[in-house]
Design a protein around this ligand. Structure first.
Ligand code: CA
Length: 224
């Protein structure tokens, strides 16, 4: 993604730019709202990270003028104050989301991902293995054209298997991935849920896609 960081505090701006570059993004930095305005008009950024506290034109006014000149790039506002009025004002000026300082970098990255996913041209990644299809964001799965009616746990198991088709996943890996809390190792809960899953994914379609790997765990056939 191409990101514009608008922040006058040099240390903060550098920290953000470096972190985002390490994530593989192209980053430009502006220290003033006035600079940010001509930059967003000249360059099609995927996202703008905009600090509220700026000298001259502040973040809110910058955002307002951006929208007034019909630049619709998603904007994530940064605010030092945990004030509701600030956040509301930010969203009223046409910002898409806000983050209160101090924030963790991983939270920032997660917000950016969510914002760009929301953009109309972006589609959530759908998993496909053979004729099995799963949309993690929408929480829906299909076999061919038939939508599968899965419980949350069954869905999580299927997603794990579909993320690594052809690979054997141990019971411990499946437990860890699909259950929030650690169960006792001798628990056969994974086997029970694999059985439920087969009843929905395989049996009605006369298939055998979820294979048992003796003494180890389970794997999904690469061709579904
Ligand atoms: Ca600032």
């Amino acid at each position: 993604m191409r990101v514009l960081v608008v922040e006058d505090e040099i240390k903060m701006a550098e920290l953000l730019a470096r972190g985002l570059r390490e994530e593989g993004h192209a980053v430009d930095v502006a220290g003033r709202g006035e600079d940010a305005l001509w930059m967003v008009r000249a360059t099609p950024y995927d996202i703008v990270i905009l600090d509220i506290m700026l000298p001259g034109l502040d973040g809110l006014e910058t955002c307002r003028q951006m929208r007034a000149s019909e630049v619709w790039t998603p904007v994530l506002i940064l605010t030092a104050r945990d004030a509701v009025s600030d956040r509301v004002a930010g969203l009223d000026t046409g910002a898409d989301d806000y983050l209160v300082k101090p924030f963790s970098f991983s939270e920032l990255v997660a917000r950016l991902r969510a914002l760009t996913r929301r953009a109309p041209q972006e589609r959530p990644v759908t998993l496909q293995v053979g004729d099995l299809r799963l949309d993690p964001a929408a929480h829906r799965a299909w076999c061919g054209d038939v939508e599968l009616d899965l419980s949350a746990r069954e869905f999580a198991l299927l997603e794990l298997l579909m993320r690594r088709p052809g690979q054997t996943l141990s019971r411990a890996q499946l437990l860890e991935g699909a259950w929030d809390m650690a169960f006792e190792v001798r628990s056969n809960v994974v086997d029970v849920y694999i059985r439920y899953l087969r009843e929905k994914v395989d049996r009605p379609f006369g298939r055998d896609s979820i294979q048992t790997v003796r003494h180890v765990g389970y794997r999904l056939r690469e061709d579904g």
